[in-house]
Ligand binder design. Structure first.
Ligand code: ADP
Ligand code: MG
Length: 258
């Protein structure tokens, strides 16, 4: 069965896209077939895998709005087991264009249904808002993975986030689970990082991944070369952390009987 995971936090700049790119790359290297859906009009996942946003033939937008089939949208990446549904700025218009339609929140789920369980995992990179695109992503997902940046106000935003996920789950009557919390941009030398990590663990308990993603400049540099951290600097701290996160993600799934 395909497991669909949205990477979501309504806050921007918390490491969603970085986690999406690098977690999916390492999960694919563990031998799983992975599809990444870029559901952010900023298209940072798309460019992060080395695709030029100005040169895309079909994107998620065309699937959601123009009924273009997934077969005609999906791109192969440099990773054998990793494919991509790209996005560009057009996606921002999708919300308005389908807003009057019935079943407007089911567009991404319908696209995924075309794939007939071809992939083991589908990761969806969400935009930093709870608009129709994020609702589409969450509606199509079995679970949501939440990156939290180790900084002030992290906890404040997070209790709101849990309420939002509850509302979505009940409103749309979907069994959306919290896959886990990933602490990002962790800096063990600062009290702040330590405190935030401790507070988040107190709040979410075993939902928090043991692996923490350190603040690491190599992670910030890799996308400007259109490379994952595994391609850009596989021995960096950031690379090692995302590799471990991928292993923990898979193990967690197995332990819970998937
Ligand atoms: P989001 O998708 O939530 O907006 P991004 O993944 O784009 O967040 O990250 C925001 C910025 O922080 C980007 O410039 C990214 O390269 C950088 N970044 C993300 N994770 C790290 C990290 N662990 N260490 C250093 N920089 C990071
Ligand atoms: Mg992003």
């Amino acid at each position: 069965m395909t497991k669909v995971v949205s990477i979501y936090n309504q806050k921007g700049g918390v490491g969603k896209t970085t986690t999406n790119i690098n977690l999916s790359a390492y999960v694919s290297l563990l031998g799983y077939k992975v599809l990444v859906i870029d559901a952010d009009p900023q298209g940072n996942t798309t460019s992060g895998f080395g695709f030029e946003k100005d040169n895309l033939e079909n994107t998620l937008y065309d699937g959601m709005v123009n009924n273009i089939s997934m077969e005609d949208i999906i791109l192969k990446t440099r990773y054998e087991n990793l494919d991509l549904v790209p996005s560009d700025a057009n996606l921002a218009g999708a919300e308005i264009e389908i807003n009057q339609d019935s079943k407007k929140e089911l567009r991404i789920r319908k696209l995924i249904d075309q794939l007939n369980e071809k992939y083991d995992y589908i990761f969806i990179d969400c935009p930093p808002s709870l608009g129709l695109i994020s609702i589409n992503a969450l509606t199509a997902s079995h679970s949501v993975l939440i990156p939290i940046q180790c900084e002030y106000y992290a906890i404040e935003g997070v209790s709101q986030l849990v309420k939002t996920i509850d509302l979505v789950r009940r409103g749309l009557q979907i069994p959306l689970e919290i896959e886990g919390i990933v602490l990002t941009m962790y800096d063990g030398r600062t009290n702040l990082s330590l405190q935030v990590a401790e507070e988040v663990r107190k709040f979410f308990k075993d939902k928090v991944f043991e692996t923490m993603i350190p603040r690491n400049v190599r992670l910030a540099e890799a996308p400007s070369y259109g490379e994952t951290i595994e391609e850009y600097d596989s021995s960096s701290k950031g690379a090692i952390a995302y590799k471990e996160l991928a292993e923990e993600f898979i193990k967690k799934g197995k332990d819970s009987g998937e």
